[in-house]
Design a protein around this ligand. Structure first.
Ligand SMILES: [Zn+2]
Length: 180
C-alpha cells in the first residue's frame, strides 16, 4: 500500500445496526462539501479521515468507536487571516432506540438514536467535529504586529480572549503594567 492510493470514500447513509451485527470496520474519507454546518464554521473544509469500528462492548451495547480527523481552513479570531487548523477527536457512540435509552448511557458514550433503517453517518461525524472546534481559534504564534498590540483598539480584543486563553491575557496585562 503506497500513500498515493486514493482513500476510500465512506458512504453517507448506512444501516448502523446491520454494521454492528457484521462487525464492520470503516476506514477512509468523508466528503466535506456535504457538511453544511462545518462548511459554514470554516473557510474551507479539506480532507476528513475517519476510522470506525462497529461492534458490541462488554455490556452488549451496540457501539461505534474510532476517530475522525479533519483539515480545515478557519479564520484566526485575532488577525482575521485564514489559518490551517487540524482537528482530531475520538468517537465513542452507542446505538440506542430512543431518548429514554440514550439517557441511561454512561457519560463516556454518546448516543446515536437509530432504528433498523439507514441513517446519516455524516451528520453524526459533523456533530463530533463541531464539538471539537474551538469557539475562537487563533494562531499560536503572535500574529498581530506588536505596534498594533500596544494601541487601545487591539487591547479590547485581548480582553475578550480571556476566557479562551488566560495565559495570553495575563501576558498582555503584564505588558501593560511594565509600560507605566
Ligand atoms: Zn492570527
Amino acid at each position: 500500500m503506497s500513500d498515493s492510493t486514493p482513500k476510500k470514500i465512506i458512504p453517507r447513509h448506512i444501516e448502523p445496526r446491520k454494521f454492528v451485527n457484521h462487525a464492520v470496520f470503516l476506514s477512509g474519507q468523508i466528503l466535506g462539501d456535504g457538511l453544511t454546518r462545518l462548511t459554514e464554521a470554516s473557510i474551507e473544509v479539506g480532507h476528513i479521515d475517519v476510522e470506525l469500528e462497529f461492534g458490541f462492548d462488554e455490556e452488549r451495547r451496540r457501539t461505534v468507536t474510532g476517530w475522525v480527523q479533519a483539515d480545515l481552513l478557519v479564520e484566526c479570531q485575532r488577525c482575521l487571516e485564514p489559518m490551517p487548523y487540524s482537528v482530531k477527536t475520538d468517537i465513542h457512540w452507542a446505538i440506542v432506540w430512543d431518548e429514554e435509552k440514550a439517557r441511561q448511557l454512561p457519560s463516556r458514550l454518546e448516543p446515536w438514536i437509530a432504528g433498523e433503517d439507514a441513517e446519516d453517518l455524516y451528520a453524526m461525524i459533523e456533530e463530533e467535529l463541531l464539538l471539537a472546534l474551538p469557539t475562537a481559534p487563533s494562531h499560536s504564534e503572535l500574529c498581530i504586529d506588536s505596534a498594533l498590540l500596544s494601541s487601545g483598539e487591539v487591547a479590547i480584543e485581548d480582553e475578550e480572549e480571556t476566557t479562551n486563553n488566560p495565559f495570553q491575557a495575563l501576558a498582555a496585562l503584564k505588558g501593560k503594567e511594565t509600560k507605566h
